[in-house]
Unconditional design. Structure first.
Length: 301
């Protein structure tokens, strides 16, 4: 964004600040959750955000087999490695700086387990809703290591673009619903602005440093929910620098019925998900999650 554009842009204020809540997930792994708590149940189309930050040897129990249907997950690793493996034998490892976008669609049963037992394990998991028309789509995995995540660099700001675009730099993740996912890293005193359509919902989650986002002071383990007035997100780092995820997307505007790892539009669909899981029919053997539906239709691998 040019200086002239920045001067005329309407900066979006912060309408809510959500402090992260510590809780146990998986087989006893401590996480910090902001979105998906009583303070912020969801922010259409986003359902949950967890931060995992602990010594790897304390997270070895990981997240054993569990099901998903009706939404997408995004796992982001900053340090350490995490392996995901599903009930059909598909496996992948996300290393430091890597990201996996998993479209669960009609059903996946998988585990997420730390690969290393030393050093720091630091990452995030974001849950994203799917519209009714896509809730029963074929599962799809998009795994990208750090080398495949481009960065937009300017004036003390390094922005890793995982999805969406910034300054002509486009992220590799293909989204079903319009949105953006940025990892913003500001040097001490640096500033950042990003255009975000006014109709989109969004929030910033601070994971390191201090500064200011919109009209609020920013600190770690807090989410800053953007007001829908204005089309620009602005942030400034203090003398320690500032790092945060910027997560924005177009609202779906449909009913959300969630029961644990199943997110559908009606109670009847939730009951069907439980029946399919209990009968072993949630994940289909013929579904190859490494190829898109369009590639499957063309017979491409």
């Amino acid at each position: 964004m040019s200086a002239q554009q920045a001067a005329t842009a309407a900066v979006r204020p912060i309408k809510a600040v959500v402090r992260g809540q510590k809780m146990m997930e998986g087989a006893g792994v401590r996480i910090c959750r902001t979105l998906g708590t009583p303070a912020l149940k969801n922010l259409d189309p986003f359902l949950m955000l967890d931060e995992l930050k602990m010594p790897a040897d304390q997270a070895s129990a990981g997240f054993p087999d569990h099901p998903h249907r009706g939404f997408e997950t995004c796992s982001i690793m900053l340090s350490g490695k995490m392996e995901h493996a599903d009930s059909m034998g598909n496996k992948g490892v996300i290393g430091p700086g890597g990201v996996q976008w998993m479209t669960a669609g009609r059903g996946v049963v998988h585990s997420e387990m730390p690969v290393v037992t030393s050093g720091q394990l630091h990452g995030f998991q974001l849950w994203i809703n799917l519209p009714a028309k896509d809730k029963m789509c074929k599962p799809r995995y998009q795994d990208y290591q750090a080398d495949y995540i481009p960065a937009a660099e300017s004036d003390g700001a390094s922005v890793r673009v995982m999805a969406g675009s910034r300054g002509g730099v486009a992220g590799p993740i293909k989204l079903r619903n319009p949105g953006m996912l940025l990892d913003v890293r500001l040097q001490p005193g640096a500033s950042f602005t990003q255009h975000v359509p006014e109709a989109w919902n969004g929030f910033a989650y601070v994971y390191e440093g201090k500064g200011r986002i919109g009209d609020k002071n920013a600190q770690v383990e807090h989410a800053y929910v953007l007001h829908n007035e204005g089309d620009t997100v602005a942030a400034t780092a203090d003398e320690t620098g500032l790092k945060f995820l910027l997560i924005c997307g177009k609202p779906i505007g449909e009913p959300i019925v969630q029961y644990g790892p199943f997110v559908m539009n009606t109670e009847l669909e939730i009951k069907q998900a439980f029946m399919d899981y209990q009968s072993g029919k949630l994940q289909r053997p013929e579904d190859n999650p490494w190829v898109s539906e369009s590639d499957s239709e063309r017979g491409e691998l």
